[in-house]
Design a protein around this ligand. Structure first.
Ligand code: 5GP
Length: 194
């Protein structure tokens, strides 16, 4: 019996989903699912808070042991959601938020179809490209790769029809408020599928 709620927030790289999620976590009672990753920590990131930073060997062990709810390779690094904390939070009646990429979101849908799926989209392709350029220290080739991947992923997401809500991140504050409304309304619901 699971009485909690799982909310999967996804969208292409560069759309601003982590900024939105950080703010939503401050302003709601929802908990955050800390992913494991093989990528190097960025300056200011805290192990155990932003991610659990682990090596590839340990990541592969977690896959083999079935400890990940989903996982994906994103630009050469592995990212995954540890399953146990998610199921524990659901059992404890909590609302837990996953901020993951689109392929990961689709995997979660296969295992936990009653989760709520939110897709964050940019206001336009041009705007997404601008944001990728602005925030990146990477060479143009890498930015182009991210942009192409983002387009592909959005098309995949839209075709999949797993998304309950689409939020356009045009004005950041509006997008944050839209997501907060969804989180609050989902959290208040009594799950009918228990
Ligand atoms: P970053 O390296 O910028 O923190 O994240 C890169 C991408 O990986 C983002 O789109 C982020 O949402 C995604 N990501 C972070 N954690 C996970 C995870 O546990 N699983 C999956 N599938 N994607 C993740």
């Amino acid at each position: 019996m699971h009485s909690g709620h799982l909310i999967v927030i996804t969208g292409p790289s560069g759309v601003g989903k982590s900024t939105i999620v950080q703010e939503v976590l401050h302003r709601t009672n929802a908990r955050y699912s800390v992913s494991v990753t093989t990528r190097e920590p960025r300056p200011g990131e805290i192990d155990g808070k932003d991610y659990h930073f682990i090596d590839k060997q340990r990541f592969e062990k977690m896959i083999q042991r079935g400890e990940l709810l989903e996982w994906a390779e994103v630009f050469g690094n592995y990212y995954g959601t540890p399953a146990k904390p998610v199921y524990e939070a659901l059992k404890a009646g909590e609302t837990i938020i996953l901020e993951i990429d689109i392929q990961g979101g689709l995997q979660v849908h296969e295992k936990i179809p009653y989760a709520t799926f939110i897709l964050i989209l940019p206001p336009s392709w041009d705007e997404l490209l601008n944001r990728l350029i602005k925030r990146s220290t990477e060479p143009p080739e890498a930015i182009k790769r991210r942009f192409a991947k983002a387009k592909e992923e959005i098309e995949l997401a839209q075709k999949s029809k797993v998304y309950d809500y689409t939020v356009i991140n045009d004005k950041l504050e509006n997008a944050i408020e839209d997501v907060i409304k969804i989180v609050n309304s989902v959290s208040e619901k009594t799950r009918k599928d228990n």
